[in-house]
Ligand binder design. Sequence first.
Ligand code: SF4
Length: 221
Amino acid sequence: MEYSEEEFLSIAGLQHFAFCRRQWALAYLEMQWNENLRTAEGHILHENAHDSFSAEKRGDRIISRGMSVFSRRLGVNGVCDIVEFHASPHGVPIFGREGKWLPVPVEYKRGSPKENDADRLQLCCQAMCLEEMLLCGEIPKAYLYYGETARRTAVPLDEALRGKVAAMLSEMHELSRRNYTPRVKPTKSCNACSLKGLCLPKLCRGGSAADYLKKRLEEFS
Ligand code: SF4
């Protein structure tokens, strides 16, 4: 099965979905994104990594910044912070360069490595997009760079992680098709959630987040 471009979901949504399905639905289906310090800091780090698309050669690598990627099989698109092309027999030819080059995504994150899979899932999804787009061999590992530690960590892109990406996206597409925001049990993670002001009143009192927002606006009119 292949998804059409109209059905594409954002790769960045995977990390939100992994954190909380409801947060993803509020942010991406109901578009209730609440920009707090946490997300703003993340955006600044991303802006530095993205700028606009560019490529340069550094030693035995070609570094590409802000590369757009997509997968029709997974139904996603997004932008990679950095894709490094490493000389490899499993890679693809690049115009004007000798040999073959394997794409290796590098994703920039604010903070330090997380205990959950959120960042690894997003990174793995980028690699799966690159494999499909460029018809290259399997990308065995990619890298996460964390702002707090200023170090990058290798992430093996194994079958388990790839299967999790595909399963999550399938569930996200199903929720998107039904335009349905799931209800979940509040947990201690809610304290760090940028959407708790919109979400928790709804979970606690019932009604939609949009209704809550409307009521609040009416109070001030
Ligand atoms: S407040 Fe809690 S339940 Fe609501 S979206 Fe955030 S993490 Fe999920």
